[in-house]
Structures are given as C-alpha cells and as structure tokens.
Design a protein around this ligand. Structure first.
Ligand code: SF4
Length: 456
C-alpha cells in the first residue's frame, strides 16, 4: 500500500470512528449549545490545517475525496468546471491545482467513501457557515445527497422545436448568438437574420467571458417575438437561487422553451473583475432545480407552483480538459440531474472526442442525452494562440496552429473556416453525436457557408 493510499485509508477510518463516537453524544451537541461550540473549535483546529477546511458547516469531505470543495473559487460542489487548464491547474488561480482534479484523484484511492464522488450534492445551506458540520449532520441539518426524482421525462415534449428535431434523429445545428452592447433590438435581429436560416436554434450566451452585454433573457424574448427559436443560457455566476427560479418562470412565460445551464467564467476573467461573484448554485444544482420546478411543480423551498414551466433542459460538457477520465462521470451526473441535451466546448481534437464518446457509449449515455459538439472557425494563427492561452477551457493542438501559420496572413481566416468544415465532417461520423453547435464570435457571416460546405 503506498503512502497516499495509507493516509487516505487512515482518514476514512478516522471519519467512521468519529461519527460512531459522536452519535451517542447527539443530545449534547444541539446547534448553538456549548457542546456544539466546543466541537466547532475542535473542527476548526483539526480540519483547518488537515484539509484547508472552510467551515461551511455542510460537510462533504468524505464525498469529495477528503478535499474541501469550498476552496473552489466558484463554490462548485459537483465539479470540476470546464475551465480547468490542460495542466490540471485552476482556471482562476493558475498556480493552484484544481480542487476537483485533486478530489477525483484522491477519491480513486479512498476506501469505503471514494464512490461517493459520483453523488449529486445538494445546494449548500449558507446559513450553516462557521457552525459545526458534525453537529449539523447529527441533527439532520445538512442533507448530504439530493432526493431521487426518477429518470428525466424525455417522453413528455415541452413544445420546443429543438427538442422535436433531436427526438426525430435529425442531425441538429445550433449556433451561438452573442448579445450586442446596445439597447437597440435591431442589433439582435441583424445577427439573427444571418443565423436563423441555417440552424435549428440560436444559443444566446449569458455575459460570456464575464463581460457585460444585453441580457440573455431579453435577447431570447426578442427572438421569440420575431418567431425564432432561442436557447436561453443562464450562468451560476450572477444569480442566486431566488433569481434563477424567478427567471425560469419568466422565461417559460415569455415562450422560451430551451434553457442551458452553465457555471460561467469567473468575474476575474471579464470587464468587471471587481464585481462580487454569486455562485450560489452550481450548474448541476441549477439543472436539478429546474427539473424539480418542471416535473414536480414546486420551488426548491417546497412552495408549490400553480403552473410549472415547460422547459427543455440543457447543460455543457468539456471533454478536452482534465480530469479526462472523469469528464464522463460529470456528464452522467448532469444527465441524472435532468440534462436532456448537452453542448460541448470547442472541439479541435477529434481523437480526444472519440475517446470521450467511447466512454459515453459504454455507459449508454448517448441514448439518454442528445450531445451536440462545439465547433468554430479560427480567425488567424494569432487569434488561435490568444484563445488557447487566455480563454479557459479551450484547447487548440499545435498542429492546428501550425496549419494556420502555413498560409499567408490574409488567407488564414479562410483556412480557419476550412478547418471548421473538416472538423464537422469528422465529428458527424462519430456514433452517438446528435449535432453540432457552431460558435463564430464576430464571424457570424461565415456560418451559412460552413453549414453548407459541411453538407449539413
Ligand atoms: S478549475 Fe474550476 S472547478 Fe477547479 S478549482 Fe478552479 S474554478 Fe473550481
């Protein structure tokens, strides 16, 4: 047994024995009692140095490979996010290993509790911050997993045209629409008129890169009003659970049928780096919340809805960043939480995608969720290098950059478009893929050409 395994085994035993020892003392450890205060102090002095514990009071250490998830700058309790760097370091703090890369690595060696990393952890109870996690668990104040709500209701269509296309088995095309820096609806319609004829739905990004633009919800409402099919993207970065649930009701009332949940880039990446990030729920908890509202007709609080929202639920996946082996587990969690379609980050590495799809098929996930792979044209070799080093989660192999550099500067944009077309043709051959999601930021005029050349 190596040292890591031995240490984790000791920690797992320590966890089990502490629980057994504290259980009979339950009545002296009521929240707020002197017993709880003593325990709180002990936890602070032990778990702090051992696990960098943040005293969230909602302890999940044994479910996350004995790594405290509250050290993730996005508060993700069902990680990792899609922004992990290709060397496994954190998107926000490039000098730290991603909390979730470490958690998955340790969970593999953790006896008895390691498998719990596949559990969906419920929304964090922020009112427990600074209290004793042991005392809370003993008094049922920190439910450690979400109740099971059955399989997603894919058999009940919600009136989404995108859903209909995917259910029919047509190879779907969705396109990214970037909201303008303007209050003029005509600026939205100008782009929509170019994209709509060649796609099944337009994905309206929500403050992409943590930069301010017209709100995703408003753009979607404008598109519905004009007869287009939008996908409303909603990020965890800017809203708490109260705003998210209200927006979901509002979106459904406005006629929006497709919603895509993302964690979102950290505010430090955008044009307002001094803003306060929210990250109340993570993307899996948001999906689950939407599913509870739609399928069970109540809010997270349990309060009933008079008319539940009809929504086709989507999520994102990034098979191109570490931990590669565990990316399929995260996808599976999203499917369990309610994802009915998934859009991936930009794909420039088809071999990596093939390996991911093999694991997806092995688990039968391709039959449970529609997977659309992200593709986009690169404007130039310089732009590709910039994207690779500055935009979290985008991996561009050297071979692609070399190919762009091999043509004169003026011809590089056309070469980037050719690469996108070839990628789509290769992606289409892979079993289990339901469509492509084209992202052509500030190159929207090329999308009709790409779709036609790729034979979609
Ligand atoms: S890379 Fe993402 S999931 Fe990992 S610690 Fe950083 S923000 Fe959290």
């Amino acid at each position: 047994m190596n040292t890591k395994r031995l240490t984790l085994s000791l920690l797992a035993h320590a966890y089990t024995w502490t629980w057994r020892m504290l259980k009979p003392m339950r009545r002296w450890l009521r929240p707020g009692s002197w017993g709880e205060r003593v325990l709180r102090r002990v936890e602070h002095l032990t778990k702090g140095p051992l696990f960098h514990c943040r005293m969230c009071g909602d302890c999940v250490l044994h479910s996350t490979g004995m790594v405290c998830p509250m050290n993730c700058p996005k508060n993700i309790r069902n990680g990792p996010c899609g922004g992990v760097r290709d060397n496994g370091m954190c998107e926000v703090y490039p000098d730290r290993v991603c909390v979730w890369v470490r958690a998955h690595e340790r969970a593999r060696h953790l006896p008895r509790y390691g498998h719990e990393i596949t559990h969906i952890l419920p929304p964090h109870d922020w009112s427990l911050e600074g209290t004793s996690a042991w005392a809370n668990a003993l008094h049922g104040r920190s439910p450690l997993t979400l109740p099971h709500w059955g399989t997603p209701t894919r058999d009940r269509p919600v009136g989404s045209r995108l859903e209909q296309v995917l259910r029919e088995g047509t190879f779907a095309v969705t396109v990214e629409l970037n909201p303008p820096d303007s209050a003029n609806p005509e600026d939205v319609y100008k782009t929509a008129r170019v994209l709509a004829p060649v796609c099944h739905a337009m994905n309206v990004v929500d403050a992409s890169g943590a930069n301010v633009h017209m709100s995703s919800l408003a753009v979607c409402a404008l598109l519905v009003r004009a007869g287009y099919e939008p996908v409303y993207q909603i990020s965890a970065r800017d809203r708490n659970r109260i705003a998210i649930q209200g927006d979901l009701l509002g979106a459904a009332a406005l006629g929006i049928r497709n919603v895509l949940f993302i964690t979102g880039d950290h505010v430090s990446r955008g044009d307002h780096p001094h803003a306060k990030p929210v990250f109340d729920l993570d993307s899996i908890q948001m999906l689950h919340t939407a599913r509870i509202m739609r399928d069970h007709g109540h809010f997270l609080s349990g309060r009933e809805l008079s008319t539940p929202p009809s929504l086709f639920l989507g999520a994102v996946a990034n098979p191109f960043v570490p931990p590669y082996e565990d990316r399929v587990e995260r996808l599976e969690k999203k499917v369990r939480a309610g994802a009915q379609f998934v859009q991936t980050q930009y794909c420039f590495d088809v071999d990596r995608l093939r390996a991911f799809m093999q694991r997806v098929r092995d688990r039968g996930l391709d039959r449970k969720v529609h997977i659309l792979v992200g593709v986009g044209p690169l404007r130039s070799a310089r732009a590709a290098e910039y994207m690779r080093s500055h935009i979290p989660g985008i991996v561009i192999p050297d071979a692609i950059i070399r190919r762009l550099r091999s043509v004169p500067r003026k011809k590089q944009q056309e070469e980037g478009v050719r690469i996108a077309v070839e990628l789509i043709q290769q992606i289409r051959e892979i079993d289990g893929i339901a469509g492509v999601h084209i992202m052509a930021f500030r190159q929207e005029e090329w999308v009709p050409y790409i779709v036609e050349e790729a034979g979609l």
